[in-house]
Each structure stands twice: as C-alpha cells, then as structure tokens.
Design a protein. Structure first.
Length: 279
C-alpha cells in the first residue's frame, strides 16, 4: 500500500490516497502504521477518500486506532495532497473537504504549482461549559473553558490556574497527569486539553494533550478553541489574527465574533512517500 507522510507544524500523519488504494481495517492499520518504532510513525492515519459532496473526504484515525472527527493541521495536508497530486485542477484557489464534523472550506496558497499553506474555515466554535467551569484533575482545583470545534476541547489558561504551579507551558508535567485530563469523567467521550499562556491580546503560547494520541506538537482545532475561549473570556482581541506559538511551529487564528467562526492559517508539508505492507 502506497502512503504519504505529511505534517503541519509537526502534527504528522500518514496519509493514504483512497482514490486509488483500499483500506479494509483502518483502525488496526492506524495502530500499526503510526507506531514510531515499528511503523512509519505519526500522530495517526488519515484516509483521503472520494466524496459525493466535496473534493475529498478526510477520514481520520488517532494513534490508538480510535476514529477522530476533525484535524485542523491534517485537513490542510489533505488540501495540499489533492492539489499537488492533481485530484483537483491546478487553477483552483479554494477546496472543500468533507469530514465527520461537516464540510470545511479552504483557501489555498500556492507557489510554483505547489500548495504551501492554507486558511481553513473551522466552523462555529461552540461554548460547551460555564465561563469558566470548575474541575478537579489529579488533585488540582482548576478552571477551564469548554469549546467544541468539531471535536471537544477544554482550555486552561495558566493565569487562571495557580494550582498548576507553572508559569510556562513547557513546565507542565504531561507524563504525570496528561492522561487524567483526557479521561476525566466530566468528558464521557474524552477531551483534548489545551494549556495557554497569554503573551498579549494577540499572541499566546500553547501546549496540547490530544485524546487518543497524547501530546502532539500542534493541534489546529485546539488552537482555534483556545483563541475562541480567550475572546469569550475577554483575554484576546476579536476579529484580529492571533499568533499561536505551538511546540511544532506557529499558526494564526482569527475569531469572527459576528459569526462565531474560527479561521486558521498555517503550513502543510509533504515529508516522504513509501510502501507499507498490509498483508
């Protein structure tokens, strides 16, 4: 089976072009192919499938084999693949990708016939908690803001959570308590947890623990959720691009207060291609 390894801000997945390949058991394949020691390595598996209402369907599976709803960094890479590999015409400046969370409109930025970055309309960022809501995790009494961006997020601002006992996101001990945030009973379907340090009203530091994958270098839906939460909490400026510093690189997010939509802009990079045994 032919595959393509791609990454957006270090959030790396193995992609399979299902316009020409067939995958019988994607959950099992995700666990094998995404293994960083015995497989290709990545945060999961994304199948690029035909869609009867869009240019392609993004079928996402996490590192543990569970099916995901949406991946902001992954969808930029899907857009790059279908553009660079001729699935959509070379004169296109926009694409529509279908996902488990609905249709996503994407603006393409190209150089010399190759897509280098994209802006994704992430849809409406929906508040799913009190503003903020109390929670106890690993014995710590904390405050979070719940945001749904096609998948569930809990956003923790360091300035609101002194019991985390850190001033920088890099000091968080994910090995000790990352799993406790993901599997807290408050979130029956598990949750992506974002930890944010406010630099200014247009710039933040960001770190994430993703459900099904653990810590990843970047999370596009998480960055969108963090900016939406920051605006709703009065910490970030509305209708202005916010620079989000992730472990693997930078994204810019604009929260449109009038519509509630988040718009994410970032890079997409093809790393290498290969063949993987499926028998």
């Amino acid at each position: 089976m032919k595959f393509t390894k791609m990454q957006g801000c270090g959030n790396d997945y193995v992609y399979v072009n299902c316009f020409s390949e067939q995958v019988q058991d994607p959950s099992a394949l995700a666990k094998r192919i995404a293994d960083r020691h015995y497989g290709v390595g990545g945060d999961g598996l994304i199948l690029i499938e035909p869609s009867d209402r869009a240019d392609a369907y993004m079928h996402m599976f996490n590192l543990d084999g569970s099916e995901g709803n949406m991946c902001g960094n992954g969808i930029r890479c899907v857009a790059k693949f279908i553009y660079d590999h001729g699935i959509i015409p070379a004169d296109r400046t926009e694409a529509v990708i279908d996902t488990k969370s609905g249709l996503k409109n994407i603006k393409l930025y190209t150089e010399h016939g190759v897509m280098t970055r994209a802006t994704v309309d992430m849809g409406v960022a929906k508040l799913t908690s009190e503003l903020p809501e109390d929670i106890t995790v690993h014995g710590m009494h904390l405050h979070f803001i719940g945001i749904d961006v096609g998948n569930p997020h809990a956003v923790y601002f360091l300035s609101d959570n002194p019991e985390l006992r850190v001033s920088k996101v890099s000091d968080l001990d994910f090995l000790l308590y990352g799993h406790d945030f993901e599997t807290h009973p408050r979130f029956p379907e598990k949750v992506n947890s974002e930890f944010i340090r406010i630099i200014s009203d247009t710039e933040i530091d960001f770190r994430v623990w993703e459900r099904g994958s653990g810590e990843t270098l970047a999370c596009g839906t998480g960055a969108t959720a963090a900016v939406a939460a920051g605006y709703l909490a009065g910490k970030l400026r509305k209708d202005t691009e916010v620079l989000v510093h992730l472990v693997g690189g930078d994204l810019t997010i604009r929260y449109d207060a009038a519509t509630g939509h988040g718009f994410m802009t970032g890079p997409a990079v093809e790393v290498f291609t290969g063949d993987f045994p499926v028998a």
